[in-house]
Design a protein around this ligand. Sequence first.
Ligand SMILES: CC(C)=CCC/C(C)=C(\C)COP(=O)(O)OP(=O)(O)O
Length: 400
Amino acid sequence: MSQLSRMAAPLARHHVARLAATLLTHSQGIRPPAPKTLPGTVRHQARTAVPTGPTGIGTSAARIAARRATSKAPDTTGGAGTGVPELYCPPAIRDDQALGQEVNDRLVDWAEEVGLYAGRLARVRATDFGRLMMLAHPDSDDPDRLLAAAKCALAEWATDDYYCDDETMGSRTDLLGSHLGPAYAALDPAHLPAGHAPAWERDLADDPVRVALRSGLRDLARYADPSQVARLRHEVAVLFVGYGQEGSWRSRGHMPTVHEYLAHRQINSFLPCIALVDVVGGYSVAASEYADPRVRRAVTRAATASTLVNDLYSMAKEDHSSGVEFNLPSVIAAEERCSPREAVERSVEIHDELVRTFEAEAAALVLTGSPQLRHFLAGVWAWLGGNREWHSGSLRYHDA
Ligand SMILES: CC(C)=CCC/C(C)=C(\C)COP(=O)(O)OP(=O)(O)O
């Protein structure tokens, strides 16, 4: 019997009622916005908002006025001027700018130390991956843990930029496989016979992406148990398979079909980042529960959806690229011979379907899963909200 089915169902009636209500409103075509927290889970937030205005008896009117002045109107356009329609996606749970900036500053220092993005660090700083981590992991206010996850994310992004799709960073499709092999060995050491080890070590140290991948994983291992490290290695290996697939399309000028592309975007996705939700949160989902096919199905849907958010927000950057770029709207436009606007709308529908399905499946899983799984699925939901919020503002996708 799996761990999931062995678990007693906590507060089952209440959660089932909530799930039924969600399913009913969907089937009637009622489209409420995505809830802030995953149905059936409590909100895990590291830092309670500290009142910054007047407190004490007789000051509530002043606080309400201050809140009205600072709260943002709901964003129904996907971010000012981006042309991305409203998405079915939770809002970000917190926006602690000081924390994001601390993580970002330390991340840029680390990138300089390992030699990543030499000469382009101002751009990395402006991209603000520290903010992404702060937004996407609201249940941790530990800058060290957020930084460890940020290093892994930046190293994975750099693998994409240096080897796959940024010619200005030296990417070359014909070298992709030759680069990805040693990049993986930076995460899962190759144990060579003694006579060959020093030369291999020199090769690893010779390339900033390999140095960054190795350093990032080493730092993460301070917070992750061995099963979580193994999980990350697996997700990154899968990501690299996705990089190889994209390279193959690029080298033969192949435009994928929509279904082919969607299957690809599950593996060439943010899953390696999402997989760290419990590491950053300071708990651990058991390997057997993480690998449960029902959990995998839900989590991979979330990963694909979060990556389609990237497709939608990065379209403008990709339009200006000199190389061949793939994103869901251009794949849909090619297959369905529709206008770019229609392709965007269809992409949004696909994104929304994935998020709603994740929501329903995850809400069902929290009824029977371990407390750690519940926490994790709530964290994945929060990750989706932080990811969208970051994409809507990062200068990587909105040139200054
Ligand atoms: C951090 C991480 C796991 C990255 C994975 C791969 C990746 C770079 C993306 C999912 C983003 O896709 P894309 O190649 O389109 O990236 P940019 O739009 O160039 O940021």
